[in-house]
Design a binder for this molecule. Structure first.
Ligand code: PMP
Length: 404
């Protein structure tokens, strides 16, 4: 894989910020978009903007075909059995809420338990808290060790007959830990609990095979996968989705409506009320085609090498501490230097055109565990190179003396 060629696909990478060439290291928050994704958005609005599924006219049929083509691309990307199992949502957050409010509301009883991990994003905590409060169920937490790895030996105490749902991330957005979700799924299934995997941070960094994993739900956002914002996917096993009640009511999701009774459409439309984000869904398909044009071996090798280089170089800085040193990790390095505040570091780096994330990264319980206000997070993607890392390191060496 020629990184310089890859970089040419991303127009935004040639921008300057505060008079300096942009160094974009905030990919865990959102990735930049390749030209082909931008062109797909442009082409839709310029040549076939139209509503989907309802029209018999040519534009509507073209838009429907393009959007349904994405569904097939996602099916194949996740290796799901059928396109009926692929639901368009507005993102990971919406997908988790859908499962909490449809599946969770249906199955949870007082005394039941929902098992999360200590590494979860607020999106995979708060919807469960809300539904557990409504249903009288309880949240339990898989702990993690000082390296940021889940302590799976605790599962024997945590997964019991009371456990109805397990919801964990595939990769931690704050620490980069790749969780052993296969083991979690196997253990959960021993007590017939269903497992939702939050794949927001995973899909751009490693291949996902939902059949091999045997997860019940898997969700991700388009914008962390070189696609647009406002689109995401919920995968669910067909028999589970079939038995779930709809979450949103409205057009598209119905079969027959009278004032006395409404019957619902079949999968996947039962969960897709209203006009979807047509252009976003189409462009998500283009983003997947972009990713499919590279081999996973090349992507993983590139990102692993760069992660190692970044880690080694950061550790040359005095008083720098990395949070998250799991044996299995990818693309994210969270750190603090001495007693500097992450916001101050982030603001000074920005003056040099370097974009990193600072703060709690929507994982407040995780930060509380470490007793820190947040971290500086540098996160990598397919288009980052050694020069980006060098710029970050020299930026830090320049700015830190002002703060320490
Ligand atoms: N889960 C994880 C692990 C994430 O990193 C994020 C985004 N930071 C989300 C969920 C939420 O994704 P979105 O905001 O796109 O819905």
């Amino acid at each position: 894989m020629m990184i310089e060629q890859v970089r040419k696909e991303f127009p935004l990478l040639t921008e300057t910020v505060n008079g300096n060439p942009l160094i974009y290291l905030d990919n865990a928050a959102t990735t930049q978009k390749p030209i082909m994704v931008l062109d797909a958005i442009d082409a839709y609005y310029k040549t076939y903007n139209s509503n989907v599924h309802r029209g018999v006219h040519s534009l509507s049929m073209k838009a429907t075909e393009a959007m349904e083509n994405t569904r097939e691309l996602v099916r194949s990307f996740l290796n799901a059995k059928r396109t009926q199992e692929i639901i368009f949502t507005s993102g990971t957050t919406a997908a988790i809420n859908l499962v909490a409010y449809s599946y969770g509301r249906k199955v949870l009883q007082p005394g039941d338990e929902v098992l999360l991990s200590g590494l979860e994003h607020h999106s995979n905590i708060v919807p469960w808290q809300m539904i557990c409060e409504e249903k009288g169920a309880t949240i339990r937490i898989i702990p993690f060790n000082e390296k940021g790895e889940l302590v799976l030996s605790e599962l024997k105490h945590l997964i019991t007959d009371k456990t109805k749902i397990v919801a964990v991330n595939h990769i931690s957005n704050s620490l980069g830990t790749i969780n052993d979700i296969k083991t979690i799924i196997e253990k959960a299934h021993q007590v017939d609990a269903k497992v939702l995997i939050d794949g927001a941070q995973a899909v751009a960094h490693l291949p996902v095979d939902v059949q091999a994993l045997d997860c019940d739900f898997y969700c991700f956002s388009g914008h962390k996968l070189y696609g647009p914002t406002g689109v995401g996917i919920l995968y669910g096993k067909e028999e589970i989705l079939d038995a779930m009640p709809p979450f949103f009511g409205g057009g598209e999701m119905i079969s027959c409506v009278t004032f006395e009774k409404t019957t619902y459409n079949e999968l996947p439309f039962k969960f897709e009320a209203g006009t979807p984000n047509i252009v976003g869904n189409i462009a998500l398909g283009t983003a997947i085609q972009f990713l499919n044009s590279y081999s996973w071996d090349d992507i993983i090798m590139h990102e692993e090498k760069l992660l190692e280089y970044l880690t080694v170089e950061l550790l040359t800085i005095d008083e720098l501490k990395i949070y998250g040193t799991a044996d299995h990790k990818t693309s994210v390095v969270s750190f603090l230097v001495g007693d500097t505040h992450p916001y101050d570091v982030g603001v000074l780096l920005d003056k040099l055109g370097i974009a990193v994330r600072t703060g709690q990264h929507c994982t407040e319980p995780l930060m509380d565990h470490f007793g820190i206000p947040g971290t500086v997070r540098a996160s990598l993607s397919i288009y980052n190179n050694k020069e980006d890392v060098d710029a970050l390191i020299s930026g830090l060496k320049k700015t830190l003396p002002m703060l320490l």
